[in-house]
Write a protein that binds this ligand. Structure first.
Ligand code: GLC
Length: 653
């Protein structure tokens, strides 16, 4: 830490007064945490607010942290201790995630408490509940337009129900994950209301411009997130007599993180949610939080300082809390969110592996791994404490985040390949089996994103509707392959609700008021509990999908190689139809091998011996793998192998 930073660090005397009334143990706890984390806090504040009194600001935040600590329940303080003893808890191979809307999954929070057994049956240990804090009335972007961070949406229950649910889940080994929507608030949020009522203090919480000069200047380099239903990035507000920055919808107002009061507000919200029992906060749209003229206003370096400051506050008050960055950005910008350079170990624990998700769909559509090998091996090394959220798809659309340079290295044209994928997955390409929907076609850039459930995108749902046995077989194989690649990557695999049963797109998605323009609702279907009740029946397609995923979760949990800190390396010398990935771990290496084609493929068994696997054994299938005289092992269409050293009893039989 620099001398300058030392000078603005909270002093012992100033902190002492904050600790008054704490017993010796608590006082020592806070002192030790301050000793450990206040440098992180101060360093971040100095980057963010060089023009402000950083010392006073740091003290304000420490005051919040101490207040948060005082309010933390004994149960949660115990959790803090437990997590401090196992800081890599999110990296464990038995982490398996599920994400859903509370109402669409189980009606309300209390209903959800009655469905925990279902989640456990699947192997879930991490549950992301989509936004459930009080949103604005009417369209609210699936809850991402928050009106009040301290109230639960009334039809789902109240804050006490949420607290109870978090505790129940924890009792059954499931960590609750909630969104912290921190790039914007609803136009109806108190800060925005007071800004509109003329309070300049709150006007400064937003980016407001009296005329088009600055908005036009920014627009020159800003992309559009929702070009269809919310073109442009600014909205005129009559009451404000100004243009408000609205990256997403016109009723989602971007907050001004360059104002330290905003940071203090969000720090308090972080502590409040942590004290309800939330274990992981998903930092929604974090990439957009810092604006800089002449840029895309995404992935600015200050974004990481914002995360670092909030993280330091949380570590002082509630160290069990983990952070997940929701940054759906290009492959080169992604790893920063897990902490690089000065931010290593100081920002988010988790980030979405958007690039892997895109590559899974690219491989399955093309039957080729050339681009994938290039793209995945070109990613910077993941920091050892960082963990990817690996997913086949989520509640959002799929945007084809393929780097033009990667495409060129693989002999492809990036633009043409992205176009091909959009056409393929919307079923608009000869031979396509997919049934997705086009989301936000941007005529200016040619960008066409895709909505759809995993079963619809793999053709399974359509084959089932047609009762086409071959099509069902192929769809199942594709779906299982996609999930196996994701679960075998070594992060936390997260399944979107309904995909575990292979549910199709919701044909009635547009009927709900406020949803008609947003076809992401087609893949946010309600869970069909009649189908779920038959999940044990392997004669049903849903049963096969559910048991397949359950199997993946179960096998994963027993493989130390899938600890997220193990490094992943893509083997470049495999045939084009085969992806092989090595994971190196002290307990022995693992090679995941996938055939992404509809025909038989081979893989050289020397790849197993090269990493010390003498007796290759497919942990997914549960059988040994042998090469022929030519040194090749044969992979059936869409085969997925997780190769490890055979268990001793298998070697000797
Ligand atoms: C995130 C959410 C998405 C939402 C956006 C704006 O990207 O995943 O659903 O529309 O943020 O909050």
């Amino acid at each position: 830490m620099s001398d300058a930073a030392h000078d603005v660090r909270p002093t012992t005397e100033s902190v002492n007064s904050l600790l008054a009334g704490l017993d010796d143990h608590d006082r020592e706890t806070i002192e030790l945490r301050l000793e450990r984390w206040s440098d992180d806090l101060v360093a971040a504040l100095m980057v963010l607010y060089p023009e402000h009194d950083v010392s006073a600001l740091a003290l304000r935040l420490v005051e919040s942290a101490v207040a948060g600590y005082r309010q933390r329940s004994p149960e949660l303080r115990r959790l803090d201790q437990r997590r401090l003893l196992r800081p890599d808890w999110l990296q464990q191979p038995d982490m398996f995630g599920y994400a859903c809307y509370t109402d669409r999954f189980a009606g309300d929070l209390n209903g959800l408490r009655g469905r925990v057994g279902y989640l456990r049956d699947l192997g879930v240990s991490y549950l992301h509940l989509m936004p459930l804090l009080q949103p604005r009335e009417g369209d609210n972007d699936g809850g991402y337009a928050v009106q009040d961070y301290r109230t639960v949406r009334p039809d789902l229950g109240d804050v006490e129900d949420l607290r109870r649910l978090a505790s129940d889940l924890r009792g059954q080994g499931i960590s609750l994950v909630l969104d912290l929507v921190l790039n914007h608030v609803a136009r109806e949020h108190e800060w925005a209301r007071r800004a509109r009522a003329g309070e300049s203090h709150y006007r400064d919480y937003f980016h407001v411009y009296p005329d088009r000069v600055m908005p036009d200047a920014y627009e020159r380099t800003l992309p559009e997130v929702f070009p269809d239903f919310a073109p442009g990035n600014f909205t005129w507000d009559e009451k404000l007599r100004g243009w408000a920055w609205t990256t997403f919808n016109e009723w989602q107002w971007d907050v001004n993180w360059a104002n330290p009061d905003v940071l203090v507000e969000y720090a308090d919200i972080v502590l409040y949610l942590a004290n309800l029992g939330v274990e992981v906060l998903r930092l929604d749209a974090i990439a957009f939080t810092w604006k800089r003229l002449g840029t895309s206003c995404q992935n600015q370096p200050e974004v990481h300082a914002v995360t670092q400051a909030l993280r330091a506050v949380a570590r002082i008050a509630c160290p069990a809390l983990a952070f997940k960055a929701e940054a759906i950005v290009g492959p080169r910008d992604l790893v920063q969110y897990l902490g690089q350079g000065e931010h290593a170990g100081r920002v988010s624990d988790l980030a979405y592996h958007n690039s892997l998700m895109v590559q899974v769909w690219s491989m399955v559509a093309t039957g080729s791994t050339g681009l994938t090998k290039q793209a995945l091996s070109a990613l910077p090394t993941t920091p050892p404490s960082g963990t990817w959220i690996c997913y086949v798809r989520c509640h959002d659309d799929i945007g084809w985040a393929i780097d033009d340079g990667d495409a060129a290295s693989a002999g492809l044209d990036g633009y043409a390949h992205r176009r091909f994928l959009s056409n393929w997955y919307s079923g608009d390409h000869p031979g396509s089996w997919a049934h997705g929907l086009v989301f936000q076609h941007n005529a200016a850039t040619g960008d066409k994103r895709i909505s759809g459930t995993a079963a619809s995108l793999t053709g399974l749902a359509d084959a089932e509707a047609r009762d086409d046995g071959d099509g069902i077989g192929q769809g199942l194989a594709r779906l299982f392959l996609a999930h196996a690649v994701v679960a075998g990557w070594g992060g936390v695999p997260v399944v979107w609700s309904g995909d575990e049963l292979g549910l199709p797109n919701d044909p009635d998605w547009a009927r709900e008021p406020g949803h008609e323009d947003d076809n992401r609702w087609a893949h946010r279907e309600r869970l069909d509990w009649a189908v779920a009740a038959r999940r044990g029946d392997l004669d049903t397609v849903s049963g096969k999908v559910f048991q397949g995923l359950r199997h993946l979760a179960g096998v994963r949990a027993g493989l130390p190689q899938l600890h997220a800190s193990a490094q992943t390396r893509v083997i470049l010398e495999t045939d084009d139809g085969v992806l092989a990935v090595v994971r190196t771990h002290p307990s022995g290496s693992m090679v995941c091998v996938y055939n992404v084609t509809t025909s038989w493929q081979t893989v050289e068994v020397r790849h197993f011996a090269d990493v010390g696997i003498a007796h290759p054994f497919d942990a997914l299938g549960g059988y040994p793998v042998f090469g022929g005289a030519d040194g090749l092992a044969s992979l059936s269409p869409y085969a997925a192998w997780w190769i490890v050293e055979a268990p001793v009893d298998v070697v000797h039989t």
